[in-house]
Write a protein that binds this ligand. Structure first.
Ligand SMILES: Cc1cc2nc3c(=O)[nH]c(=O)nc-3n(C[C@H](O)[C@H](O)[C@H](O)COP(=O)(O)OP(=O)(O)OC[C@H]3O[C@@H](n4cnc5c(N)ncnc54)[C@H](O)[C@@H]3O)c2cc1C
Length: 428
């Protein structure tokens, strides 16, 4: 039987490129089919947590635009405070640059890339898979779906059960260069306004990425929230509204050394787009026959933060590892892939969901807790820095972990009620 390649990967986002990189390094024939031409814009905050950097086997500094040392929190646009950290909490990138860079590493490692090839269908048979794009078809032994939220591979493979949709709007907004400099290390975060969602400002080299996100069912409230958030940034950046809370590793941030006299002076809005964030609500199957799904295609978005790059990269690596074991004859099916995703990533994401329930049931309490307690702020930093996992929060309760589960369960009910009330009002 003739095969064009050993593994076809659909999509050259972080999941696809990392999977291709790992496979190519092992001398496995791998072809990426990507529908767009790179570099391409991807609506995304481009926030990179430390755990992403730990997973990537090469230096990402060429595409990092900012290092974050401060978080400025607001609750429903009020109760503003800022918390700082001497060590970077996270980094920001532009996805067009990050994705082009990751793809370049994959091609340099030996992966073949076919740009402008949109996969429209595939068929599995006894020996392999025939993948069709608009004009061509390719024969492969294994298929990795890394096509993101559009989910054509997971849909055809019947691997979409228990996926709930989040939605986020984001814009790239220019600003006065002085304001960009002042807030170059600060993330703004507003919560407690949209049930199950939040708003953010991420600083980039020459603009801010500003967005709001939450459950897709509350999409009608998102634009009004975005507009109110943008206009409120003036208030929440004025020095009078800042209450600084100092952590043990405190160092004065740039924004405090030179506070602006007024809020950020925004310029042009370069784009304003929405995109889904698929979130899996229970452990499931992530393979079918010789097809494995990764990243957003698999619904591996973090329900608490909307973070998806880490889960895309990690699942891409696990898919590559499984394909390599299969092709070398070490395993006779790829079933183990679903076990790995469930044991490692889904366990973590389900814990994230519990914390989300708690946060959304009692946003003001959690907001104040992070503002007042160094312990809470420290835990927040440790999770961002990849030193602690969501699962550790539950483990921290020791023999009281059932109590924690119960509190989260009740919070889930309170959260659902809040969402219903919000939908009824349908305004922010
Ligand atoms: C507004 C917003 C903000 C976000 N902010 C963050 C953040 O700050 N940090 C974070 O970690 N996550 C963030 N996320 C989530 C993150 O963007 C995704 O989880 C991540 O991009 C998933 O990576 P992926 O490789 O699975 O898919 P993608 O990055 O979506 O890549 C999929 C690729 O497949 C291609 N493709 C699609 N269909 C086909 C097809 N039929 N044939 C061929 N190619 C195809 C696409 O062109 C694309 O290049 C955000 C999401 C949104 C919507």
């Amino acid at each position: 039987m003739f095969f064009d390649t050993d593994v076809i990967i659909v999509g050259a986002g972080p999941a696809g490129s990392l999977a291709a990189y790992i496979l190519a390094l092992q001398g496995i024939q791998v072809t990426i089919l990507e529908k767009t031409l790179f570099p391409r814009y991807k609506v995304c905050g481009g926030g990179l947590t430390h755990k992403i950097l730990k997973e990537i086997p090469f230096d990402l500094s060429p595409v990092i635009e900012s290092s974050i040392h401060s978080f400025r929190f607001s609750h429903n646009f009020g109760n503003v405070f800022t918390r700082h950290s001497a060590n970077p909490l996270m980094y920001c990138t532009m996805r067009s640059d990050l994705d082009a860079f990751l793809l370049q590493q994959a091609t340099e490692a030996g992966a073949e890339v076919k740009m402008g090839e949109q996969v429209i269908s595939f068929m599995q048979d006894g020996s392999g898979i025939t993948v069709s794009t608009k004009e061509k078809s390719f024969r492969t032994r294994l298929l990795i779906g890394a096509e993101g939220a559009s989910g054509i591979v997971s849909r055809i493979a019947g691997l979409r059960d228990a996926i709930e949709m989040g939605l986020a709007w984001e814009a790239e907004v220019t600003a006065d260069p002085e304001d960009l400099k002042i807030f170059s290390e600060t993330v703004f975060l507003d919560w407690g306004t949209l049930p199950g969602g939040y708003a953010w400002v991420f600083p980039k080299k020459d603009h801010f990425s500003i967005g709001v996100g939450g459950p897709a069912g509350l999409s009608k409230g998102m634009m009004p929230y975005y507009e109110r958030f943008i206009s409120s940034i003036t208030d929440i950046t004025t020095p009078s509204s800042i209450l600084d809370s100092q952590s043990s590793d405190f160092r004065p941030p740039i924004s405090d050394l030179r506070p602006p006299t007024s809020g950020i002076r925004f310029g042009e809005t370069r784009s304003l787009q929405s995109w889904p964030i698929p979130v899996r609500s229970r452990k499931s199957r992530f393979h079918n026959g010789r097809v494995l799904v990764t990243g957003d295609s698999a619904g591996l978005g973090d329900p608490l933060t909307g973070e998806g790059i880490y889960y895309a990269i990690r699942s891409g690596k696990l898919a590559a590892e499984t394909c390599s074991e299969y092709l070398s004859g070490k395993i006779i099916s790829v079933d183990v892939y679903s076990e790995k995703i469930n044991d490692e990533l889904m366990t973590e994401l389900l814990e994230a969901n519990k914390i989300k329930h708690l946060l959304n049931a009692f946003p003001l309490k959690i907001h104040s807790f992070i503002g007042d307690s160094d312990h809470a702020w420290g835990a927040f930093c440790k999770i961002l820095r990849g030193e602690r996992w969501y699962e550790d929060v539950r483990k921290g309760f020791g023999k009281w972990k059932h109590f924690w589960n119960l509190v989260c369960f009740i919070s889930g009910i309170v959260k659902k009620r809040k969402e219903k009330r919000f939908l009824k009002k349908n305004t922010v």
